[in-house]
Design a protein around this ligand. Sequence first.
Ligand SMILES: [Mg+2]
Length: 124
Amino acid sequence: MDIKQYLLESEKTNSHLFNPDERAKNLLHGSIGISTEAGELLDHMKKHIYQDRDLDVVNIKEELGDIMWYMAIILRALNLDFEEILDLNIQKLRKRYGEEFDEQKALLRDLDEERKILEGKETK
Ligand SMILES: [Mg+2]
């Protein structure tokens, strides 16, 4: 499924209390949801590492999907282009690291230059 279809399909399963015109409430709903679903993922990892439970990849996939469902609320609320976000993320990371991770570069990152990339501005 592509992201445009996902945004349409996922919206159908939102609460009957959902109102697409209440932007701030929708942004908060998405933000809280991402956090709680990330917590479920973290709890799974806690049980795997500290309670010796099996790693359940099916559950991990479920939680990643749940996180995406809440991300979709924010994408719709702000009419954001998910593919652009993915592209900007990679551009930012290339500015920071070049072609591969480097611990020193992680410490010395230029946040002003990274911000310019995210704003679609030219960088040096
Ligand atoms: Mg979940």
